[in-house]
Design a protein around this ligand. Structure first.
Ligand code: PBG
Length: 327
């Protein structure tokens, strides 16, 4: 007999009582098609292991092809490449970013030759190539905007020429989306996508990534170009600006602490908005699992479905392979 006071109560738990009903009514789903796999690539002579980044290693070009083929076979639509540059090639102006024989150029060519239908996304920023670790030039303690954009345009063009399907500026300079689009159009790369890291916060969650690309000596911080984690209006202004500048897709990064930003962004623009589960988020989940305090696989699935619920059309995650296998 029901409690008298509960007679007539709308019993929402009816919907949750059996698996068939729960499954049928699930509002959001995660599939391998939602995932983008970020990978770090290296020369033979560079170490494979990365400090404090559980389960993630740097790959040689041969290893890259094996992993990329597996990702493709699992239904992952795209990978995002991040090169690890030998210290001997790092300079204050990051000129190696414009080398037509660089590691990333070779990687893109090889991928497009071996696995032509796997999407290849390349970061546009100077940080892997500079001695100071900034995403742009660094002159007298400042990152000059327009001079940096001029170099990023050349970097983007080189990546497009190598065959990248998409270039993804992650540098947060002003006006770079429009400048890169114009450069690509002028050089007849009309079909190369520009995926903008439109909203990128100055986050402590990038730690393992910086270890991976060997940027452990960052001069100062990135607060003069990356966003203040306290600000959402400013983040949405970045979204609007990059949409106007003809970005094809927009990224919010990091993911988990910024679901409100992600959600509002999807209300604001009709462009696809992607989430980036960054290295520190991934590592937190993995380490908590190793520590035995929580189930890492379940936490991973929960955090990825949360991005879908918030409106992400796809998600960059270092767990893409494991998740695609599990799905
Ligand atoms: C830099 C870049 C960063 C990441 C992607 N591109 C780090 C930074 O801004 O310092 C971080 C990604 C991650 O932590 O997973 N252009």
């Amino acid at each position: 007999m029901p409690e008298k006071s509960l007679v007539g109560c709308h019993r929402l738990r009816r919907l949750r009582q059996s698996a068939w009903c729960r499954d049928m009514l699930q509002e959001n789903h995660l599939t391998a098609q939602d995932l983008i796999l970020p990978v770090f690539i290296r020369e033979q002579s560079t170490a494979k292991e990365i400090a404090s980044f559980p389960g993630v290693t740097r790959l040689t070009l041969e290893e890259l092809i094996i992993v990329a083929q597996e990702a493709y076979d699992l239904g992952i639509p795209a990978i995002a490449l991040f090169p690890v540059i030998d210290v001997s090639l790092k300079t204050p102006d990051g000129i190696e970013a414009l080398n037509p024989k660089s590691l990333i150029v070779r990687a893109v060519r090889l991928l497009k030759e071996k696995i032509p239908h796997l999407g290849v996304i390349c970061d546009v920023a100077l940080d892997p190539y500079t001695t100071h670790g900034h995403d742009g030039l660094y002159i007298e303690g400042k990152i000059p905007n327009d001079e940096t954009v001029a170099i990023l345009c050349k970097q983007a063009l080189l990546l497009a020429q190598a065959g990248a399907d998409a270039v993804a500026p992650s540098d947060m300079m002003d006006g770079r989306i429009q400048a890169i689009r114009k450069t690509l159009d002028r050089e007849k790369f009309l079909d190369t996508l520009v995926i903008s890291y439109a909203v990128k916060f100055a986050s402590a969650f990038y730690g393992p990534f910086r270890n991976a690309v060997d940027v452990t000596c960052l001069a100062g911080d990135k607060k003069t170009y990356q966003l203040n984690p306290a600000n959402i209006k400013e983040a949405l202004m970045e979204m609007v600006a990059d949409e106007k500048e003809q970005a094809d897709m927009l990224i919010v990064k990091p993911g988990m602490c910024y679901l409100d930003v992600l959600h509002q962004a999807t209300q604001l623009t009709r462009l696809p908005v992607l989430a980036y589960q960054v290295s520190g988020e991934y590592t937190m989940i993995k380490l908590a699992g190793q520590y035995g305090s929580m189930d890492a696989n379940k936490m991973m699935m929960e955090s990825l479905i949360a991005f879908k619920r918030a409106g992400a059309r796809a998600i960059f995650t270092y767990a893409a392979m494991d998740v695609a296998r599990a799905l």
